[in-house]
Design a protein around this ligand. Sequence first.
Ligand SMILES: NC(=O)c1ccc[n+]([C@@H]2O[C@H](COP(=O)([O-])OP(=O)(O)OC[C@H]3O[C@@H](n4cnc5c(N)ncnc54)[C@H](O)[C@@H]3O)[C@@H](O)[C@H]2O)c1
Length: 341
Amino acid sequence: MSKCIVIGGAGFIGCNTVHRFMQRGYEVVAVDNLSRTGGDANLAWLQSQGPLTFVRADIRDAGAMTRLLDEHGDADTVLHLAGQVAVTTSVRNPREDFEINALGTLNILEAIRLSGRRPLLMYASTNKVYGGMDDVAIEKQASRYAYRDYPLGIAETAPLDFHSPYGCSKGAADQYIHDYHRIYGLPTVVFRQSCIYGYRQFGVEDQGWVAWFVIAALLGRDITICGDGKQVRDVLFIDDLTELYAAAAQQPGKVAGKVFNIGGGPAFTMSVWAEFGPLLEEQIGKRIPVTYADWRPGDQPVYISDIRKITAELGWKPATSVREGVAKLVEWVRVNKGLFE
Ligand SMILES: NC(=O)c1ccc[n+]([C@@H]2O[C@H](COP(=O)([O-])OP(=O)(O)OC[C@H]3O[C@@H](n4cnc5c(N)ncnc54)[C@H](O)[C@@H]3O)[C@@H](O)[C@H]2O)c1
């Protein structure tokens, strides 16, 4: 039986990934420090789905990562999805952000390197490593911003420009993961992910905006839009992302040593409120009042991933339309409202 370690396994992406690998017949080890709200609920749900080994550990603890790899060094795949995930939190506490995202990642890399084993290590990086992309020409349209010159989105060759402590810590981790392939020959892959949304996402105001707006709208909480709401993102439904991870785990030779931009791509985009708002109002059947505030530091007016490289390598591309994905998320939050009260 193949074995997989999912670090950050009680988080939004983590628990959905653990579930996908369990369904595929993997022996799964989920690792998390349960610091994120919703982690306990996600873990309890996973444990109701089938046999699972759970290790409560903190990636800042190098010894704990070494012990993890000692005990589960027979894993074929390691997914590193643990992290401090909010830009705003990173601005408030840059040291903690660095210790979790940068040092924590180094701890995982070192634990693998020193174990002498060579599992495929997948890392969830972010499009934030490209910064604000201020010199990319943008056009303002009625309900959205658009690239003037990049109809297919931003490719992996775009210059790195770490902006905000979160951008710096994730960017450092992204580069370490890539470099451990060059220097030590570890089979690592970096996925620079755009906005991911879906079930079991405990979105809050400053992270996980699609889920946050759905939760806030259904529970009658105040919604603040930073900027004018016309910022555009490509959005990827969680099932499509976990399908990608599963495909990569099956074909490590095709992804090892590489960096890929991952998102909904040009086919699956929406603007943060000017387009998402009306769609959400239609799906929940009521008007949603919002207030507007200043732009966030480093916020890109448009970000759309060019996903041709991963499609060429693995044949993967997203399948869930924005309308379908949002409907699934709305339904999940409706049924699980109690988790958010
Ligand atoms: N959700 C997105 O849209 C998105 C986009 C790009 C990149 N990412 C990256 O994907 C990864 C997963 O994101 P998510 O949305 O599932 O976030 P999440 O907060 O739901 O999951 C992160 C998990 O990591 C755990 N964690 C945090 N600090 C830890 C530590 N020190 N030791 C052990 N566990 C720790 C948390 O408890 C949580 O369960 C993150 O690295 C994030 O930066 C997410």
